[in-house]
Design a protein around this ligand. Structure first.
Ligand SMILES: CC(C)(COP(=O)(O)OP(=O)(O)OC[C@H]1O[C@@H](n2cnc3c(N)ncnc32)[C@H](O)[C@@H]1OP(=O)(O)O)[C@@H](O)C(=O)NCCC(=O)NCCS
Length: 168
C-alpha cells in the first residue's frame, strides 16, 4: 500500500465522479488488459464508465454507491442495487496501489448492512479473474451459476455467478 492513512467509507458525491472514473479506468486496465487486451478494455470502460452512466448510478433508487477515502485520495469504489430480495453487486474496485490491504473487504461489509429487506447478495465475476474469485470465496460467497455474457447481454465474457446470504 502506498500510504498508511486510515480509510473511511462514505457515499460518493457528484464532485467525486471524475476521480472515480479515472480510478475505474486505471483499475480495469490493471485487471483486464492481460485477459481481454487493452483495446477491448478501452472500449468497455469508455462505455460503462462515462460520467453520465456514473451519475445515473449515483441517483438510482434502492442503490448504494460508496467510496473508500483516505482523506486525500479515493482508493476504492463499490456500487450495489437491490432488485426484489436480491442485492446485485455491480462494481467493486480498489486502486492497484491499495489492493490486498482490506479496502475491498471494508467496502463489501458496508454494503452488507445497507439493504434491510434483502436476503442475499449476488455478483458476476469474470471467470479468468482469479484474484477476485479468491476474494469473494474468502468473503463467504459461493458459486451459484455461470453466464456467457458478463455485465451486458452481448459482452461475450464468460463469468461465474456468486451469491451469499445477507444478515436477517
Ligand atoms: C478484488 C478486490 C476488490 C479485492 O479488494 P482488496 O482490497 O484487494 O482485497 P482485501 O485486502 O479486502 O482482501 C484480500 C484478499 O483478496 C484476494 N486478493 C486480492 N488481491 C489479490 C491479488 N493481487 N492476488 C491474489 N489474491 C488477491 C485474496 O483472497 C486476498 O486474501 P489474502 O491476502 O489472504 O490472500 C481488489 O483486489 C480489486 O479491485 N481487484 C481488481 C478489480 C476486480 O477484480 N474487482 C472485482 C470485479 S468482480
Amino acid at each position: 500500500m502506498s500510504d498508511t492513512a486510515p480509510i473511511f467509507i462514505r457515499t460518493v458525491s457528484k464532485q467525486d465522479l471524475e476521480t472515480v472514473q479515472v480510478l475505474l479506468k486505471d483499475t480495469w486496465h490493471h485487471t483486464y488488459d492481460s485477459i481481454h487486451g487493452k483495446q477491448k478494455v478501452n472500449e468497455m470502460t469508455a462505455q460503462m464508465h462515462d460520467l453520465e452512466a456514473l451519475q445515473e448510478r449515483r441517483i438510482q433508487p434502492l442503490s448504494e454507491f460508496i467510496v473508500a477515502d483516505t482523506g486525500s485520495k479515493i482508493v476504492g469504489v463499490a456500487f450495489a442495487a437491490q432488485l426484489g430480495k436480491i442485492v446485485f453487486l455491480h462494481q467493486l474496485y480498489v486502486a492497484p496501489s491499495h489492493q490486498r490491504n482490506g479496502v475491498g473487504k471494508e467496502l463489501l461489509q458496508e454494503l452488507f448492512f445497507c439493504f434491510d429487506s434483502a436476503e442475499k447478495m449476488a455478483l458476476e465475476v469474470d471467470a479468468k479473474n482469479k484474484n477476485a474469485i479468491a476474494f469473494y470465496e474468502q468473503n463467504e460467497f459461493v458459486k451459484a451459476g455461470e453466464t456467457d455474457n458478463c455485465a451486458s447481454p452481448d459482452s461475450g465474457i464468460k463469468a461465474l455467478v456468486f451469491e451469499r446470504p445477507l444478515q436477517e
